[in-house]
Design a protein around this ligand. Structure first.
Ligand code: PPS
Length: 304
């Protein structure tokens, strides 16, 4: 028995060691590609994604992945889970702060394995990955499918408003959506692959239409699946905050554009900043002031 346990622990340590070595190798390769070659950043990004998403990501049993084909109710589910797993206050800068977009964060190197480790449990991630690419648990997956025609139209509007698409709906539908030549590929394949797993115990397969037609009972299903403990008295507030009207009012905390701004560390509401005169000198050191004044005197700019 002791020999068996020893053998198991050696194997486990060996696997960790192998994973760490591959991770280090990929990290070095990315660094070389980025820093020394400067091109091929796509390869470096995919490299990083594989490294962080599959080698450095250590799943926890209470991790939850919200998975969808784009435009199928992802953001809505992010808000629902945020409301169910916290007090749901709206002091957050962006929903990505509490529910990061797994694939994007890793692909664009916005987060790494260490950052993932520091997130408190339950970690809730958004992802658009097809089944074959999603990291394997132990964890939970909530998949939302939406009527494909509604998805096509919503995606068309998104391509126009966020991705510079200038064609009409027919062009988008025939040349891009139906051919799977859009971000995350074919809607048909994405939904079909995930549907094969709708009965898996770690998958809760929902429809956007369930949320539209019966938000309350769908939320109870989610609470049960995620094993959350939510007092009944909070339900009216949760339902209100997950309503379309509420989310529309706070759109900047959900929009993709503000997510990109948040990821890059830009602060919103900092462009029209203070509007005061004379407070600039508070920032200057003695030396900086002398340096500045010398230049002013040299060019006779004292009256400015
Ligand atoms: S994305 O870009 O992939 O993250 O988009 P996603 O969040 O998956 O889907 C966007 C659509 O979801 C609608 N939405 C909602 N519908 C009803 N109620 C609420 N609270 C809600 N929040 C988001 C959003 O309006 C998009 O659908 P369309 O058809 O474009 O309006």
């Amino acid at each position: 028995m002791i020999a068996y346990l020893l053998y198991k622990s050696v194997i486990k340590n060996m696997i960790v060691l192998i994973k760490k070595s591959i991770s280090l190798l990929l990290k070095t390769t990315s660094l070389v590609l980025r820093e020394f070659i400067g091109i091929l950043t796509d390869i470096a990004s995919i490299n990083d994604f594989v490294r962080t998403g599959y080698l450095d990501y250590i799943p926890r049993p209470d991790d939850i992945f919200i998975v969808t084909y784009p435009r199928s109710g992802t953001t809505w589910m992010q808000m629902i889970l945020y409301q169910l797993s916290t007090d749901g206050n709206m002091d957050i800068s962006h929903i990505s702060e509490v529910c990061p977009w797994f694939d994007r964060m890793l692909l664009f190197n916005i987060m790494n394995g260490k950052d993932l480790e520091q997130l408190p449990s339950p970690r809730i991630f958004k992802s658009h990955l097809p089944y074959k690419w999603i990291p394997r648990g132990p964890c939970k997956y909530i998949y939302i499918a939406r009527d494909g025609k509604d998805v096509a139209v919503s995606y068309y509007h998104f391509y126009k408003s966020h991705l510079n698409f200038t064609g009409n709906f027919s062009e988008f539908f025939e040349k891009y959506f139906m051919q799977g030549k859009v971000q995350y590929g074919s809607w048909f394949k994405h939904v079909a692959e995930w549907k094969k797993h709708e009965k898996d115990p770690d998958v809760l397969f929902l429809h956007y239409e369930d949320l539209v037609n019966n938000l309350k009972s769908t939320i109870f299903k989610i609470i049960h699946f995620c094993e959350f403990d939510v007092p009944n008295e909070r339900m009216p507030e949760i339902l209100e905050r997950c309503s379309f009207t509420f989310m529309k009012k706070y759109e900047n905390k959900f929009d993709h554009i503000s997510a990109v701004i948040w990821e890059k560390g830009y602060k919103q509401n900092s462009f029209i900043r203070k509007g005061k005169s004379g407070s600039g000198r508070e920032y200057f050191s003695k030396e900086q002031e002398i340096l500045f004044n010398n230049e002013v005197n040299k060019l006779k700019l004292n009256d400015i």
